[in-house]
Design a protein around this ligand. Sequence first.
Ligand code: WT7
Length: 634
Amino acid sequence: MSDQPSSLHGDVYHPVPEIARQANVPNPELYYKEASEDLEGYWDRRAKELEWYAPWTKVLDDSNKPFFKWFIDGKTNIVLNALDRHVKTWRRNKLALIWEGETGELRTFSYHALNREVTHFSGVLRSMGISKGDRVTIYLPRIPEAWIAMLACAKVGAVHSVVYGGFSVEALHGRIEDSGSRLIITADGGYMGGKIVELKNIVDEALTRTAHPENVIVVRRTGKPVNMEAGRDFWYHELMSLPLTRNASKVETEVMDAEDPLFILYTSGTTGKPKAIVHTHGGYQVGVYATLHDVFDLKEEDRWWCTADPGWITGHSYIVYGPLLNGATSFMYEGGPTYPFPDRWWSMIAKYGINIFYTTPTAIRGLMRFGEAWPNRHDLSTLRLLGSVGEPINPEAWRWFHKNVGKEKCPIMDTWWQTETGAFMITPMPAIPTKPGSATRPYPGVEMDIVDEKGVPVKTGEEGFLVIKKPWPAMMRTIYNDPERYVQTYWSKFPGMYLAGDSARRDEDGYYWIIGRVDDVIKVSGYRLGTAELESAFVSHHAVAETAVIGLPHELKGVAIHAYVILKAGHEPSEALIEELRHHIAHEMGPIAKPERIEFVKSLPKTRSGKIMRRVLKARALGISEGDISTLEE
Ligand code: WT7
């Protein structure tokens, strides 16, 4: 475009003129300017693009920092704009969801059909006594019922807590217990990479450890026999066919306050058990709607595919809610990317004519390994935009993706954000020049900085802590049941600034380059895991006395888990024990948490106050300087 700055430094990919000119945001500079001059005015304008039951009287209330509130007195429900608004228009006949199972089956839902299923299931939830504020745990494979369950919870005002189907017994138990869920929605199983994940069995085992949920609803997916406890467990399809719920097509969407919680989602932090991040009906809705609209440029005729799982924030914001808020057509695939062959994804892009494709660096690196013949044998010419999320994308993977998938004509939107931020924070737009490996610039209204240990902004090119200096609508509101931890974790290191937990650099063009986590969060293949949760899974094994877990660089996974284990007296190191421990971690936490390497040690480096110095373990493993070890007791 003619008004692009031509003086950008480094390896720059300029916008594709045909795409940029017709983009939803053809001139991003106007948005940046508008939002930086009048943050509240900007979000007021964007919120008015959606429908509300009652308007807000004030955009932002920052009188009780860091407990910010957005769209004060506004009345809404995310379902009002995700479904209700569309079924009143021609969009009732538009596809909301196209789904392909790993085993090849196809299911499609128009907005009308999705709304009908959601409404019926809302009736089921009501008939089971679920109402405003109740927590419901959703533990499902990547199937349409995950959408229906989430949306039905939202419709009746219940707070969903989705647990990723790749998590296992102890991870699930902890999340059920902490949320105090009254109901669990699960399936007999799901298909992943040619195998069946037996979700209901995992639920049964988790429920032996807690008294909480009263009921379990089970979706039939695999048809394999499962244990159904009379009075507690119910089949989804049976409940959905009861006359009671058939008559429930009149269930009205619950009117919610903008600040009422929509969901909680557990994520790992530095210490202790996972935190339940709270998101709202109002601000989250506006943020997710606007970012997806602007960044991925959804057009009425587009088909969008985000390859994440609904169990992570990416799935909440950009598989389920964001596309529906934009009235878009989404594609979702149940299974693994290489099943039965490494071109499964490319074949579905061609088969369904996908226009916008959003995935992760780890998936790209994994598929790159099989060579470009796999994407090249499919017609990928419908693609217009590509996206990346979850971890820094290495420039080799960026270029491979750009060349072999995007055929050098699709800009790549590398989006930096977090469970806590709810929506994109650092991201290009189609009319912004990109640089491989940089997420480019903060989204309009997002004021970020990079600061040193004292909170002072660092110089251009220097590494520091990534912080956010102004509130944004989709921001987390608190940690469920633990507001003090919210203040402590995010707002106490640098007063007045949100601490993201990442280190980053900014270049001479103001572009951000994320380096990685500075805390004890490990991003294995882009999945966020905490050392504390992993270590507690280790010590729940009878042979383990103590353990320390660190993340070390890995070619495909980005970061892989390495564990140092001290055995209890009477247990000897052996290959068999290593296998047993890996199996134990997979059973308790899930397959994604399986350690790369387990090493038996006699002691662990600790501070004199007894804190494990993971930094020292990491430095030793990498053969680099251990840094300041004056506090080390050994
Ligand atoms: C952490 C948050 C899956 C949705 C976002 C992940 C890392 C995320 C990028 C990116 C470099 C990234 C950061 C962040 N991260 N996106 N584009 N470039 N790093 O949500 O699971 O809460 O993880 O993911 O380290 O802090 P999450």
